[in-house]
Design a binder for this molecule. Sequence first.
Ligand code: SAH
Length: 391
Amino acid sequence: MLELLLRPREERRLLEGHLWVFRDELSKIPDAEPGTLARVVTRDGYVVGTGFYNPLSKIAVRLLGGDVERVDTAFFVERFTAALTLRARVLPGESAFRLIHGESDLLSGLIIDLYADVAVVQMLAAGMDRHRDDIVNALRTVFPNLKAIVEKNTMQTRKKEGLELREGGIWGDVPEFVDIIENGIKIRVDITTGQKTGYFLDQKVNRRVVGALSPGKRVLDCFCNVGGFALNAAQQGAAEAIGIDSSQAAVDAAMANAERNELTNARFVKANVFDDLRQRVDAGETWDIVVLDPPSFAKSRTAIKGAIAGYSELNRTAMKLLAPGGILVSSSCTQLVSESMLLDILYREAARLKRRLRLLHRGEQAPDHPILLAMPETQYLKFLVFDIVGT
Ligand code: SAH
């Protein structure tokens, strides 16, 4: 097996459990096919671990957690079985869940979401891409009732790994849509046109939190996608739930989901949330609950300033729509914006408006998206629930 030598004193982070070896941490970048299995060793011969090597990528090695002799179908069967056992413990009985959350399942560069009998796979790195057939075979072994496997390899990050963008069925008969049940609500997932792998499974538990606060309330769900928070609010007896999204496809799907569940108290509109919220403020509207769940605002460190400006504006405008006693639900999926940064933004914007925010609940990504403590990169979702205290 190819051996890669670490530069002196670069092993500490890796020995503490981080799974990425950066290019500049290796003493040489030997030529090899992207995705080749390689062993990473220190100068005194200590094996730090085995992983997929990609001489084209800034992340030169993605370790697989331990000294792996070979990667084949059996390797993936073992990892998928372990991952499934965990999901069955932390989120039992779900028809849709994340089976593999990359590094957190010691499979850097691989994401797999299960939607009933359809698996959606994302390979973000060359090593996983090379083992596509093993991944397909292992999924079919672990899930004998599977009907189809779809790849959604459209993430721009693939280019950094020297991979092309690809999507479509890779095994079985891909259905046009899959019906799942989440929190007792029927959701139709459009695998082909849906965003990410088809649905945002990471907010599952947080949607229950919003649902529980909603009876009798008027709820504005900003960035609603196919209706997640608004549908949970409506199902739990909101007086009215309105979802806003800029994607017509998402709004259409959300309306169809409301109908499917006979929720006449949910409505959806296509709009840019930034403009729409401003117009609602100008019109003097007030809401009992405003949910903000925007897309990621920064993929790189250079974009953090812009992201902070975006969160500041959104949260400030949302607060203007809330009377005392009103609830602000502020979520962020930008990995580079930490929870304490988000809290700081809310603190500053509330102070500007002379509002007192009280933190009632903090959540994060659902437990089928577990967080590997040694890799902060696996923690991305923040979910904060406040009420406005005072007069
Ligand atoms: N809350 C959703 C997930 C939100 S994902 C759920 O529970 O499933 C972010 C959504 O924001 C996407 O659906 C995207 O179409 C939408 N979006 C992105 N920019 C937007 C904008 N400026 N205005 C309105 N929607 C936007």
